[in-house]
Design a binder for this molecule. Structure first.
Ligand SMILES: Nc1ccn([C@@H]2O[C@H](COP(=O)(O)O)[C@@H](O)[C@H]2O)c(=O)n1
Ligand SMILES: C[C@@]1(CO)OP(=O)(O)OP(=O)(O)OC[C@H]1O
Length: 161
């Protein structure tokens, strides 16, 4: 029987005026960007935490501590590549990912296929194995007030041959 594992991930970062908005490895034109130690790519962070969670390997802060200057301004796709190596070394590969980004603005739909291509390339997958959805928070709470953007991800891992 095929061995499978499932993991979920969540991340949120604050929106500020002097940062770029990076989501799924793509720079998205917007007057606000996400604040963080790395590039603050909440979508990629949620996916990494889901991958690690599927194997009970802890979370991204354990591997890339926010206190370590090595990760200051890090491209989260580089971190994703490291998490991919980690699961591959243990004999696992990603079966599929489903995720949702919650952002009041900007409209993410035009950028979603580009994000899927970027993440698929790092994980050596087909884009149709990466689900990315966007929704607003209907103006409710901190995300609805555009104080931040959050993302949720679920990842299915399949044992390699
Ligand atoms: N930042 C966003 C938010 C939403 N979308 C797209 O709009 C649709 C409707 O969103 P609601 O939150 O009003 O339900 C949603 O299904 C997405 O297709 C988007 O592109 N970017
Ligand atoms: C990505 C890391 C890298 O130091 O930092 P941040 O960009 O601040 O992101 P967060 O999700 O708050 O913490 C995880 C860290 O591993």
């Amino acid at each position: 029987m095929t061995k499978i594992r499932i993991g979920n991930g969540y991340d949120i970062h604050q929106l500020v005026s002097d940062r770029a908005l990076i989501l799924g490895g793509i720079k998205i034109p917007h007057e606000l960007g996400l604040l963080g130690h790395s590039d603050a790519d909440v979508l990629t962070h949620a996916i990494m935490d889901a991958m690690l969670g599927a194997l009970s390997l802890g979370d991204i802060g354990h591997y890339f501590p926010p206190s370590d200057p090595q990760w200051a301004g890090a491209n989260s796709l580089v971190l994703l590549n490291q998490v991919h190596q980690l699961i591959r070394d243990r004999g696992w590969q990603v079966g599929n990912i489903d995720s949702v980004v919650v952002a009041e603005r900007p409209k993410l739909k035009p950028h979603i296929n580009n994000m899927r291509d970027k993440i698929a390339a790092v994980l050596e997958l087909e884009p149709n194995q990466i689900g990315i959805k966007a929704t607003t928070n209907e103006k409710l709470g901190p995300v609805g007030r555009e104080e931040g953007i959050c993302a949720y991800a679920v990842v299915l891992l399949v044992a390699s041959e």
